[in-house]
Structures are given as structure tokens and as C-alpha cells.
Design a protein around this ligand. Structure first.
Ligand code: ZN
Length: 318
């Protein structure tokens, strides 16, 4: 309540001085960034997302209307690390006359990235503690655009980081319950490297980091052979990826005399639909962890007290 009153006063004062009272117009390339920016920004920012639910950022090609939306924004947040590969030249042009921040490149030192030199793995959001480190950079960028909001931005950033710390601990505890032999995460594309590193699983993917090339028959057979050899109980499709390669792989597993179930569809490179719990970053991670734990024979830990307000806001039973 105090925040709302303070924001009201600030907006009155600043309106007399000019148009500065309006929230900063922010455009985030992907929902996982937009969600953090919206939480930190509060009423200081109006956050929109360019690449919505179900869309694959690796393949996203901007249309004229998308360029218009980018140009309307005062602050553009993208991940960088070649996630939004086809937006590169557009973002470079925008950076000449507005704030454009490649959050993954600014907030995370190269030594902590997965992937080869020159081809880093961009899927940082899969490790909650790594993703949480983007929050202070977001707060600093928004404060640069609206210095009057600095104190509010910092306090919301601290609150969000506390929630993300609780989420990370919950994910680690839940995933640690999966039996040793089943600690393998088989997916269509290589989006879960940071997840596997953070939470102690082995990742096995049919395709590489990017979805730009098609999976080959040889890739599918190689993963199927490993699934059979390791006795992996379940494999997963992703919300942004055609399930064809995973289905072909399951057929190859059966042909080789093995057996694996199909787990629930995971959110890899986009969040769920707006207005659903999975349409938030916390909800996306919660969904993935619960789906993986259920399919691989573990048990989800009790939902943390620090995330009870989130659960209440999204009408999720804790
Ligand atoms: Zn991806």
C-alpha cells in the first residue's frame, strides 16, 4: 500500500516536470525475462514480451509489426548468447538510440557458461540460482531509465531473489529424490544442460542447443541405444518443439527391445499460456520439476513457505 501511495506522489511531481511519470516501456524477447522484469518493475515499468508461449526463440524471425514493437520500447531486454540469433542485427540497430541489454552476457561471467567457446549454451533459466543473478542487472537497467524508482526497484528485486532462492532449494531437494539409475533427462533438444548441472542429472538430447537443424536418423538411434542401455524410465517432449523426433526415438527404443514412457511435456524455451501458473517463471520451473520427478520415480518436496504468496496469487494448492 505504501508503495502505491509513494508511486502516486512521484507520478504527480514528475508529471508537472514532463512526461517522465509514465512507466518505462520495456520489451523482453522471451517470457522468462519478461516475468522477472515485470516483477522487479512493478508500477515503474510496463513490460511486454516479443516471443510468446509456444514459440521457439532460436527460430524467431521478426515481422514488420515486431520491429514496430521493438522500436516503441524504451528498454529492450534480451538474453544474448545467440538465443535470439535472427534478431541480432535488429537489436544492434536499436542499441544506437535506446537501452538494449543482453542480460545473460552482462550478468553471467563466461567461465560459468556451458557450451563450447564461441557457441555458448543460452538456456540459463533452467538453473534457478543462475537465472536469479539477472535480477540485479534488470533492476539497475530500469533504475537508469527511471532514477526516481530506484528504491522500489531494489526492494522488489530483493524480494524476488528471496523467492528464487527458495525455488532453487525446492527444485534441488525434489530432484535429489530420483533414484540414481533414473537420473537421466532425455529431451528433443539440448535445453536442459544447466538444469542437469545444477540439480545432478545427466542430460541426453537428440538435437544440439539450437533447433535450427533437423534431427538425423543417426542422432535418434544413438540416443535410443543409450536409453535402452541405461534403462531410462521416461523421456520428455517440449512445449516449443515438434514431438516427432522424441516419438521416433521411442519407436527405436521399442525396436531395440527396450521400453520407456513419455513424461509430461516440459517448458523448455517458452513459458506456459498467460494467466496460467505456468505462464510465470516460478510456475514453469515448478511444472518441469514436478513432471520430471513424477516420471523418473522421485517425490516432490513440500512447497516452500516463501513461495506461498506466489501459490495464492496463482491459485495453486501449495
Ligand atoms: Zn533451446
Amino acid at each position: 500500500m505504501r508503495g502505491a501511495i509513494a508511486a502516486g506522489l512521484v507520478s504527480l511531481v514528475l508529471t508537472a516536470a514532463g512526461a517522465l511519470a509514465e512507466p518505462v516501456r520495456v520489451l523482453a524477447t522471451v517470457g522468462m525475462i519478461g516475468d522477472l522484469a515485470g516483477r522487479v518493475g512493478g508500477d515503474c515499468a510496463e513490460v511486454k514480451v516479443l516471443i510468446g508461449p509456444g514459440n521457439d526463440p532460436h527460430l524467431f524471425q521478426p515481422r514488420a509489426s515486431d520491429i514496430g514493437r521493438l522500436q516503441e520500447a524504451q528498454v529492450v531486454f534480451h538474453l544474448g548468447l545467440n538465443l535470439e540469433g535472427r534478431l541480432g542485427s535488429v537489436l544492434a540497430r536499436l542499441a544506437r538510440d535506446r537501452q538494449v541489454a543482453a542480460l545473460g552476457e552482462v550478468a553471467i561471467p563466461p567461465a560459468e557458461l556451458l557450451g563450447a567457446d564461441g557457441a555458448p549454451d543460452p538456456h540459463l533459466w533452467m538453473d534457478v540460482s543462475l537465472w536469479s543473478r539477472l535480477v540485479p542487472t534488470i533492476a539497475a537497467e530500469l533504475a537508469r531509465a527511471r532514477p526516481a524508482c530506484q528504491a522500489d526497484l531494489d526492494s522488489r528485486a530483493a524480494e524476488l531473489q528471496a523467492e528464487l532462492a527458495a525455488l532453487h532449494a525446492w527444485a534441488a531437494e525434489s530432484l535429489a529424490s530420483i533414484p540414481e539409475h533414473a537420473r537421466v533427462l532425455v529431451t528433443a533438444h539440448d535445453a536442459f544442460g544447466y538444469f542437469a548441472r545444477a540439480y545432478g542429472l545427466r542430460q541426453l538430447a537428440i538435437q544440439g542447443f539450437s533447433t535450427e537443424s533437423e534431427a538425423s536418423v543417426a542422432d535418434i538411434r544413438a540416443v535410443a541405444a543409450e536409453v535402452v542401455a541405461a534403462g531410462v524410465p521416461a523421456v520428455f517432449v517440449e512445449s516449443t518443439i515438434n514431438p516427432r523426433s522424441i516419438q521416433a526415438m521411442l519407436e527405436a527404443v521399442q525396436a531395440a527391445g527396450g521400453r520407456a514412457d513419455l513424461g509430461a511435456s516440459l517448458f523448455s524455451d517458452a513459458m506456459g499460456a498467460e494467466g496460467t501458473p505456468e505462464g510465470t517463471y516460478i510456475g514453469m520451473i515448478r511444472w518441469n520439476v514436478r513432471a520430471i520427478v513424477a516420471a523418473l520415480g522421485g517425490t516432490a518436496a513440500p512447497w516452500p513457505e516463501a513461495l506461498r504468496p506466489w501459490a495464492e496469487r496463482h491459485k495453486v494448492a501449495p
